[in-house]
Design a binder for this molecule. Structure first.
Ligand SMILES: CC(C)(COP(=O)(O)OP(=O)(O)OC[C@H]1O[C@@H](n2cnc3c(N)ncnc32)[C@H](O)[C@@H]1OP(=O)(O)O)[C@@H](O)C(=O)NCCC(=O)NCCS
Length: 157
């Protein structure tokens, strides 16, 4: 990802967030905040990837390094694709490319939490080597629906 992709990244994030099923965010942050977030992430060497189709951003995968020095080997992963681009292997490619960048950047532990009723994402993460570490009960409450989240991580050292 470069700063040229901020607008498209924000648009894709907003579409997926507004589905109100998959992400913690229910809408994207305003453009200036998103830009600042991406600028800082790129400056800090965080892996930030986008999937492009005809120059348009159709998905993203990013890893944010933990703020605390004792946890600087850890990163939290986020991933999403526009609905029409799901189920064609794009998620797998995005994930693999981002994990490869994370390894080069020295991350030793990549973690995430995923809604327990999202078998496609869980299946993809397991295939990539993520291991289930636990369940966060009633992790989210959206439109009156409580959802558990599965904590997953890859540890490599
Ligand atoms: C989750 C998401 C990124 C996956 O990307 P994708 O391109 O649709 O997934 P892929 O086509 O690469 O498939 C990934 C793998 O999961 C497997 N899979 C698909 N559906 C599955 C299911 N219901 N159960 C188990 N595994 C499943 C596929 O078989 C595939 O493995 P394969 O390549 O060996 O066949 C995408 O569907 C998405 O954006 N979903 C909405 C947002 C979201 O859930 N983000 C993650 C939040 S934590």
């Amino acid at each position: 990802m470069t700063l040229d992709h901020v607008e498209g990244y924000r648009r894709a994030l907003d579409v997926v967030a507004r589905e109100r099923k998959y992400l913690t965010m229910l809408e994207a942050l305003p453009e200036p905040d998103t830009r600042r977030f991406v600028e800082r992430s790129l400056e800090n060497g965080n892996p930030m990837m986008v999937a492009l189709a005809g120059g348009e951003v159709v998905g993203w995968c990013d890893i944010r390094r933990d703020f605390f020095p004792s946890r600087a080997h850890r990163g939290t992963l986020g991933l999403g694709l526009l609905p029409e681009w799901r189920g064609h292997g794009v998620g797998r490619r995005l994930l693999e490319a981002t994990l490869a960048k994370a390894r080069c950047a020295g991350f030793k532990r990549i973690e995430l939490d995923v809604h327990a009723d999202n078998p496609r994402a869980i299946g993809l993460y397991e295939k990539a080597g993520f291991v289930r570490e636990g369940i966060v009960r009633d992790a989210s409450l959206i439109d009156g629906v409580f959802r558990d989240a599965v904590l997953m991580a890859i540890v490599e050292r």
